[in-house]
Design a protein around this ligand. Structure first.
Ligand SMILES: Nc1ncnc2c1ncn2[C@@H]1O[C@H](COP(=O)(O)OP(=O)(O)OP(=O)(O)O)[C@@H](O)[C@H]1O
Length: 620
C-alpha cells in the first residue's frame, strides 16, 4: 500500500462528485464493517437507538400538546364563568403533560448522547489499540514505503472519523428518519396543503446543508494538509536549528513559514464564507416557508376552518424540525468521512504481515550459536537490483567476522537479515543449523543483538535506556554494560548519574556518547550473536579500542559481526569480507588481504598509513 499517494488522492474524495466516483459499493462495504464493529457493544448501541426513538417520538408530541394548550387558552377567553373553570383545569393538565413530556424528552436525549458517545469511545479505544499493535508487527518493507506522518494521521484523525460514525451518522439517521418521516405523516394527515407548505423548506435546507458540509469537509482536509506542512516546516526548523542559524537563514525560514501560514489563513476565510452564505440561504428558505404557512393558515383561521391551536402546532413543528434538517448535512458528512477514514484504516489493519512466525514454529534451540549465511541473496521489495548476491560465511562462537566495503555495497543489509527485519530472497541463514525462518521471531531476536547505525534513544533516564531489553536488570549489570561501552565514568560524573534523563532522542548527549549507550543497551542482553553496524563511527579511535577489548572479553562465547568503514575497527577479525555491489569480492584475515594486494589493500593504504598501522599493531 502506498499510503502517501493514497492519502493525497483520498483527501480530495470529498465533494459530492468524488463520493459518487469512489463507488457507493465500496463505501457501503466500509460503513457496514464499521456498523458491525459498533455492534460489538450491543447493549450500549441498543440503548442509544432506543433512547433516540423515544426522544424523537416525544418531540413529535410537543407541537400537538402546544396547539391544544393554545386552543384551551382561547377557550378560557371566550367562555362564561362556569365553563372557564373547566377550561382552566384542562389547560393546567395540558401544561403539566407538556412539561412532563419535555422533561422526559430531555432525559432520553441525554441517554441517547451518553450511550451513542460511549459506543464511539469504546470503538475508538479498540481501533487505536489494534492499529498500534498492527504497526508493531508490520514488516520493515511496509514501514519503508509509508511516511511516518501519514501513519500518525491515520492513528489519530482516521480513527476519529470512524469513531464518530455511530453517534453523528447512524444515531442521527434514526432521529431524522423518525422526526421527518412521522412528522410529515402527522402534518399532511392533519391538513395536506398546510402540511406540504410546512415541509417545503426541508428539501432545500437538506440539499444546501449536505452540499455545505461536503464543501466544508473538502476545505477542512485541505486545511489539515496545510497545517501538516506548517508542522513539518516548524519541526524541521527546530530539529535543524543549528543549520538554520549557521547559514543565517532565519529570514528565509520565516518567509517559508509565512507563505504556508497565509495559505492556511485564506482557506480558513473561505470556510467562513461558505458557512455564512449557506446559513443565510437556509434561514431565508425557512422563514419564507413559515410566512407561507402563516398566510394560508391565517386565512383558514379567519375563515373559521382551522383553530389557532392547530396553526400554532404547525409553526411549532416547523421550528422543532428546523435544527434536525440542518443537521442532515452533518449526517451526510459523517457518512462520507467514516467511509474515507474507514477505508484507509481497514487497508492498514488488513495488511498482510510478511515477517511472522510460521504455523507451528518452535523457539530457536541455541547450542553453540553458530551463524551461517548459505548462498544468501536479497532484493528489497520494489527494487530492481539485488542488494546482496551469493553471500556465504560462517561465524562461530568466539569468532569475529569483519565486513567492509564502499557505501551502499550491502553491509547493513546483511545486518538486517539476521534478526529477520527482511527475509532472504535466495539461500538461507541458519543458527546452529536451524533456518531462521523456521523458528519463532521472539526467540531469534533474543539470540541476535544488532547495534544499529542510527543510535536511537528514548526520552527517559540513562538507566532505562541501557536496560531497555531487560527492564528487570540489576544495577550492577547495567553498570557493567556501561563500563564495557566505556560510558560508566562519564555517567557517574553527571549530577544525577544513571537517573539523568536524555533529551528527545538523546539530544543532550554527544554522537559518540549516544553510540556507546546503544552498545551498552545491547551488551546487557548477552546475545549469542552480536552485530555492530558501523556503531562506533562517532567514537574516537582510543575509546573504540577499549570498547573492542571489553567486547572481546564478552565475545569469548559469542559470534560477533563488525561492520565498519574504519579498518582499525575490524582488522583484528578472524575473517574479513570485502563487499562490493552486494557480492563478497575479497575475503581472508587482515594479513592475507594485505598480501592479496587488492581492494582491501588499497583501502588500507588510504586509511592507515604504514606508521599508524604499526602503532595499531602495537596497541593490539
Ligand atoms: N529499505 C530499502 N529499500 C530499498 N533499497 C534499499 C533499502 N535500504 C537500502 N537499500 C539499497 O540497498 C543497497 C545496500 O544498502 P546498505 O544500506 O546495505 O548499504 P551499506 O553498505 O550498509 O551502506 P553504508 O555504508 O552507506 O551504510 C543500496 O543500494 C541501498 O540504496
Amino acid at each position: 500500500m502506498t499510503l502517501t499517494a493514497a492519502t493525497r488522492a483520498e483527501q480530495r474524495e470529498t465533494s459530492l462528485a468524488h463520493v459518487k466516483a469512489a463507488g457507493w459499493g465500496k463505501g457501503l462495504g466500509t460503513l457496514a464493517r464499521i456498523t458491525r464493529l459498533t455492534l460489538r457493544h450491543p447493549w450500549q448501541a441498543s440503548a442509544a437507538v432506543l433512547a433516540t426513538l423515544v426522544a424523537a417520538t416525544l418531540q413529535l408530541v410537543i407541537p400537538r400538546l402546544l396547539g391544544r394548550a393554545v386552543d384551551e387558552a382561547q377557550g378560557i377567553l371566550s367562555a362564561n364563568a362556569d365553563s372557564a373553570v373547566a377550561a382552566q383545569h384542562a389547560l393546567l393538565i395540558t401544561a403539566a403533560t407538556l412539561l412532563a413530556v419535555s422533561v422526559l424528552r430531555g432525559l432520553f436525549t441525554m441517554a441517547q448522547n451518553y450511550y451513542g458517545d460511549s459506543v464511539g469511545h469504546h470503538l475508538g479505544y479498540e481501533l487505536r489499540l489494534a492499529t498500534y499493535e498492527k504497526l508493531q508487527r508490520l514488516s520493515f518493507s511496509f514501514h519503508d514505503k509509508v511516511h511516518t506522518g501519514d501513519l500518525i494521521t491515520l492513528g489519530i484523525l482516521d480513527i476519529e472519523g470512524v469513531r464518530m460514525f455511530f453517534n453523528t451518522g447512524l444515531v442521527r439517521m434514526v432521529l431524522l428518519t423518525v422526526l421527518i418521516g412521522f412528522g410529515a405523516i402527522l402534518l399532511i394527515s392533519t391538513d395536506p396543503l398546510l402540511g406540504l407548505l410546512s415541509l417545503s423548506f426541508v428539501p432545500f435546507v437538506a440539499w444546501r446543508s449536505s452540499v455545505t458540509q461536503l464543501l466544508l469537509r473538502s476545505t477542512w482536509l485541505e486545511l489539515q494538509e496545510r497545517l501538516a506542512v506548517l508542522t513539518r516546516v516548524m519541526d524541521e526548523n527546530l530539529g535543524g536549528i543549528r543549520v538554520v542559524r549557521a547559514f543565517a537563514a532565519q529570514a528565509f525560514e520565516l518567509s517559508k513559514f509565512d507563505r504556508i501560514s497565509e495559505g492556511a489563513l485564506n482557506l480558513a476565510h473561505e470556510r467562513v464564507l461558505i458557512r455564512v452564505r449557506n446559513t443565510s440561504a437556509m434561514n431565508f428558505s425557512f422563514f419564507a416557508a413559515m410566512g407561507l404557512v402563516l398566510w394560508v393558515g391565517g386565512g383558514r383561521v379567519a375563515a373559521g376552518t382551522m383553530t389557532v391551536g392547530t396553526l400554532a402546532s404547525f409553526l411549532t413543528f416547523m421550528t422543532i424540525l428546523q435544527m434536525p434538517v440542518r443537521q442532515l448535512g452533518l449526517m451526510v458528512n459523517s457518512f462520507a468521512r467514516a467511509s474515507t477514514c474507514g477505508r484507509r484504516l481497514f487497508e492498514l489493519l488488513d495488511q498482510e504481515i510478511t515477517i511472522a512466525d510460521k504455523p507451528g514454529a518452535k523457539p530457536l534451540e541455541l547450542r553453540d550459536g553458530v551463524l551461517a549465511f548459505e548462498g544468501v541473496g536479497f532484493t528489497y521489495p520494489g527494487a530492481e537490483k539485488p542488494a546482496l548476491v551469493g553471500i556465504d560465511f560462517t561465524a562461530r562462537p568466539g569468532q569475529t567476522i569483519g565486513i567492509v566495503g564502499p557505501p551502499g555495497s550491502g553491509k547493513s543489509t546483511i545486518a538486517h537479515l539476521i534478526p529477520r527485519f527482511y527475509d532472504v530472497s535466495a539461500g538461507r541463514i541458519t543458527i546452529d543449523g536451524q533456518d531462521i525462518r523456521d523458528v519463532t521471531l521472539q526467540s531469534l531476536r533474543r539470540a541476535v543483538g544488532v547495534v544499529q547505525q542510527d543510535a536511537f534513544l528514548f526520552t527517559t533516564s540513562i538507566e532505562n535506556n541501557v536496560a531497555y531489553g531487560d527492564p528487570w536488570a540489576e544495577e550492577q549489570r547495567i553498570a557493567r554494560a556501561a563500563e564495557s561501552a566505556q560510558l560508566h565514568d562519564y555517567i557517574v560524573g553527571l549530577p544525577t548519574g544513571y537517573g539523568t534523563i536524555v533529551g528527545e532522542r538523546g539530544a543532550s548527549l554527544s554522537g559518540g556518547q549516544r553510540q556507546r549507550l546503544t552498545i551498552a543497551r545491547s551488551l546487557i542482553l548477552r546475545h549469542a550473536i552480536l552485530v555492530f553496524d558501523d556503531s562506533t563511527a562517532a567514537v574516537d579511535a582510543g575509546t573504540e579500542q577499549r570498547i573492542r577489548a571489553a567486547i572481546r572479553a564478552h565475545a569469548a562465547e559469542r559470534a560477533t559481526l563488525i561492520i565498519s568503514h574504519r579498518l582499525s575497527s575490524l582488522m583484528h577479525a578472524d575473517e574479513i569480507l570485502f563487499i562490493e555491489d552486494g557480492r563478497i569480492v575479497e575475503r581472508g584475515t587482515h594479513a592475507e588481504l594485505l598480501a592479496a594486494d587488492g581492494r582491501y589493500r588499497a583501502l588500507h593504504d588510504l586509511q592507515l598509513p604504514p606508521v599508524e598501522d604499526a602503532l595499531q599493531g602495537a596497541a593490539e
